[in-house]
Design a protein around this ligand. Structure first.
Ligand code: AMP
Ligand code: MG
Length: 488
């Protein structure tokens, strides 16, 4: 019997009225092949590893064969892109196959990205290139490995279908999983069209299925906005602490579940620079690293606007009002842990002092925090490894003296602190050059082993994995010129 016939489906989004989506099948691709698959995500669906070897697997996840029990569709949404409202976006190249119910009761929507044109393609080809699909596949799993909420990636299929971008590239599809792909823009589209009944339908849908505990609140809609705001603020704190830059924080890329969604020209901070802009098309730096927290807040106000027909203005204001404190508290909590210091006000000057130094010295963000785990609070001479990460050594010495004094004052024990810090300061992040190496091997040699190697490595980013030491190093010279554009 087919592995897929055993999957149980409950396609709740498809059961929404037709204003919310267009039902359609993926467009097949010529001669699809499997590029990568993720055993962790396979387990989420309750599929055994043997399912991957079946011809059906590639056929289904390239859009060439139907998934029995699914109800494929493209969802409608709008969004604020770079600050401007764009009335109709929608899944222009993504097709939601359906919602799988795991025997444990957990549910996963399964979505193909790059599955062909939809009514929302707006002149696009409905496809995704192998390069960007590898980047999405790897980063969603890297973020999960870091403990940051995100959509997941099940597999990557390819086809020699030519896809025209700046040059001709080959096409690919990522299969993504999430409890829901509803975005802030899913509400905005109905607000700006004056379809208030649909706003209510979608809010009720979200409350019932994803936030059922809020249905007990006196005012569930403001509670929904408050909870999405809270999740967004916490997600921004996690991005900042990891040095993650999303690159395209448009409201159509903001998940109502607080998941990292839609990986495009993202980047992990290497040489620390608060003004870091990972998207080469973002000339004004709207989505620069240090802008992300306030853009997250701005996006929440866009959502609040779209939900206004469901609540009083004061309720919306109140629901948004917690953002600043939630972000600041969560960010401080995470950064204190990265420093191995207690979560308290007295730790703040040491944090800002270090970040200032790092900015002046363009210190590698991930390497520095990982190295700091080995800090010796007693013998300054033993800290040469960290010290060497700075050009301004004396300035570092001054900071280190204060840090060491603080650690001694609070009786922090070096070995115990190191162990704690290594659990929050990753050794490995998805540096652009690592992704680029995997992309080049896949593209030029049809060698996909590097993709799997990186996925496995980044699933455990806090583990030493000494055989991969080179993957924890700063980018080589050739990689400093990698430009990541929106083109995908
Ligand atoms: P993104 O920048 O990938 O988040 O996409 C923004 C909007 O453009 C979404 O509605 C996408 O579905 C759509 N889109 C992006 N690329 C394509 C494409 N190649 N074909 C059709 N629609 C696309
Ligand atoms: Mg998007």
């Amino acid at each position: 019997m087919s592995f897929f016939a055993q999957l149980a489906f409950d396609n709740r989004f498809a059961a929404l009225p037709p204003q919310f989506h267009t039902r359609l099948e993926p467009t097949p691709v010529p001669a699809p092949y499997l590029v990568a698959w993720n055993p962790d995500a396979l387990e989420l669906l309750g599929l055994p590893p043997a399912a991957v070897a079946s011809a059906e697997f590639v056929a289904i996840f390239s859009g060439n064969a139907p998934l029995p029990g699914a109800a494929p569709l493209a969802a409608i949404y709008a969004g604020h892109q770079f600050g401007h409202y764009v009335p109709q976006l929608g899944d222009g190249r993504a097709i939601l196959l359906g919602e799988v119910v795991h025997p444990s009761g957990s549910r996963w929507e399964v979505q193909l990205k790059g599955a062909g044109r939809t009514p929302y393609s707006r002149g696009g080809d409905g496809r995704a290139v192998l390069r960007s699909s590898i980047r999405e596949y790897l980063c969603s799993e890297a973020m999960h490995g870091l403990g940051i909420p995100t959509t997941r990636a099940l597999c990557l299929t390819g086809s020699d279908l030519p896809v025209h971008r700046e040059s001709v590239e080959s096409g690919a599809l990522v299969t993504r999983l999430a409890p829901s792909f509803i975005r802030f823009g899913s509400f905005e589209v109905f607000y700006y069209r004056g379809q208030h009944e649909e706003i209510k339908t979608l809010a009720d849908f979200a409350l019932r299925h994803y936030f059922p505990e809020l249905l007990d609140e006196a005012r569930p809609y403001p509670a929904l906005l408050r909870e999405i705001t809270r999740r967004t603020a916490r997600l921004m704190a996690q991005w900042q602490a990891a040095g993650f830059c999303h690159g395209v924080m448009n409201t159509d890329n903001m998940s109502i579940l607080g998941l990292t969604l839609d990986y495009g020209p993202y980047g992990f901070m290497e040489a620390y620079d608060p003004r870091y802009v990972c998207n080469h098309s973002d000339h004004d730096g709207r989505y620069a690293y240090d802008q992300q927290p306030q853009i997250g807040a701005w996006n929440c106000t866009c959502l609040a606007q779209a939900l206004l027909p469901l609540m009083e203005l004061d309720e919306a204001r109140e629901a948004l009002s917690g953002y600043g404190d939630i972000f600041a508290t969560e960010y401080m909590r995470l950064m204190c842990a990265k420093l191995g210091l207690p979560f308290e006000e007295a730790s703040a000057p040491l944090l800002t002092g270090l970040l200032d130094l790092m900015a002046q010295n363009r210190t590698d963000y991930t390497i520095l925090f990982r190295a700091l785990g080995g800090f010796d609070s007693g013998a300054a001479a033993k800290n040469a490894g960290v010290r060497d990460l700075f050009i301004a050594r004396e300035a570092f010495d001054a900071w280190a003296a204060g840090y060491g004094a603080r650690l001694r004052a609070i009786g922090s024990e070096d070995a115990a602190r190191a162990a704690r810090m290594h659990r929050v300061n990753p050794k490995y992040v998805l540096r652009n050059h690592l992704a680029e190496t995997a992309i080049r091997k896949a593209r030029d040699e049809r060698d996909y082993t590097e993709i799997e190697r990186l996925r496995g490595l980044l699933a455990r980013p806090f583990d030493e994995q000494p055989e991969f030491d080179d993957y924890a190093k700063e980018p080589p010279d050739w990689a400093r010129e990698i430009a990541v554009s929106c083109s995908s």
